[in-house]
Design a protein around this ligand. Sequence first.
Ligand SMILES: Cc1cc2nc3c(=O)[nH]c(=O)nc-3n(C[C@H](O)[C@H](O)[C@H](O)COP(=O)(O)OP(=O)(O)OC[C@H]3O[C@@H](n4cnc5c(N)ncnc54)[C@H](O)[C@@H]3O)c2cc1C
Length: 454
Amino acid sequence: MAKNKNIELTGRIVVPGDPQYNSARQEFNTFFNKFPFVIVFAQKTKDVVNAVLWARKNKVPIRMRSGRHNYEGLSVENAGIVIDVSEMTQLEVDRKSGNVTIGTGWRNLDLTQTLWPERLVVPTGVCPTPGIAGLTLGGGHSAQARTWGLTQDHLFELEMVDANGRVICANANDHSDLFWASCGGGGGNFGICTSFRFQAHRIDTVGYAEIAWNLNDLKTVLSVWQEYTLPEADNRLTPFLFMSKGVQPNLFMQAIFLGPSRELRMLLEPILRAGSPLNVTIEEIPWIEAANLLYAHSPSTPISFKSVGPYVYDLLPDKALTIIERFINEQPPNTDTSVFFHGLNGAVADVPNQATAYYFRKALSNMSLFATWSRPEGAAAGIRWVELFRRAILPYTRGVYVNTPDLSIRNWPEEYYAGNFERLTKVKAKYDPKDVFHYPQSIPPAGKLPTRLD
Ligand SMILES: Cc1cc2nc3c(=O)[nH]c(=O)nc-3n(C[C@H](O)[C@H](O)[C@H](O)COP(=O)(O)OP(=O)(O)OC[C@H]3O[C@@H](n4cnc5c(N)ncnc54)[C@H](O)[C@@H]3O)c2cc1C
């Protein structure tokens, strides 16, 4: 800890009573309603350093925040300090090498749009608004996952402020243990990241597909869809599948293909024969248009929700498809429920499970169970639907995406980290031995038991 006794908070400071306080404390998941003591919108790394030192001197619990999308509202704490990096949006692009250095305040949509004139892309998620910090630190299921891998697979250096207010640069050579842990260990555990250096890809036009069906075709379509996530399937294609009783279209596939649309059409022949497609679009379009079409089908304004994302490791058998069909058709009152499959494997699986902290490399897909409601009456039913569904599908899934935290999961170290948990606790003990960066389900320092929430 620095000896300085007169640490002042710097940056844009918001406290209770300020006109901006209510909007500044709000998470994307409006189910949570927390009241921090102070929110610091850092403008530069020094503001983050000052905030950490101030919080430790004044014994105020710390939460860090970028895009506010944490599923359980864990980037804000009652009576705590929120160190928010969302206004740190510096950007440097080296056109020759494709290296992109950014502040950790960027969101998917803005980064994609800003890099497009350079015909570059850092593969991020399929939703417009999540922050690059939380997304990358937990893995980053990208729109080109099967071709190019996770968002974190493009990260080669980061800057972080640790629990003592030290600024650390981590990469494969320096602080390589911290870099390993930051690639999949999940946000909020080791320190506050202030900048990332990514290797971007060149991109221009892409193959894009959209196919809609009636919900009656769910089992037939899903059983063919999952073939596109197998290791031997063409990894130029990253497919997505959305299903819901209450949202139109009920059963909807999108896909990004890094190749010509003629080949994409041939590749999609099996799924075009599944069920009775209602609408089919297969085209070659500029990447930015395809990205916007993906974003258009995702929530982009704050909502109340419960969600969790288990991994699918093997082709789902008929029994599992029946469970999914049953839950989709049994939508509880006052909620909208849905399932979203994000195709993985391919390039994600080319990296060994222990090479980074992201363990579930060999999964075929990630399955997001999602309930949302606009009236409070929907909350209990929506939360229960997600929990019952997660339990029912357990025999057919393995592990849960750390970026979809669910506080009802008891054995979360195994579920989020499996064989990488112990090593993560050792990195925690080295960089944050006093567990300053602590929250429900945060990684404990080695020797300290994980938080039980029951
Ligand atoms: C609508 C929606 C769509 C989504 N779509 C996708 C998708 O397509 N692909 C995918 O992979 N994921 C997706 N996610 C999940 C998303 O990756 C996680 O919610 C992620 O944690 C969001 O990061 P954030 O910065 O927006 O959230 P925040 O709530 O700001 O942070 C998330 C976690 O990271 C920590 N954190 C934040 N900033 C920092 C920092 N600077 N340094 C260290 N730790 C930090 C926080 O303390 C918290 O623990 C989606 C989520 C939602 C709600």
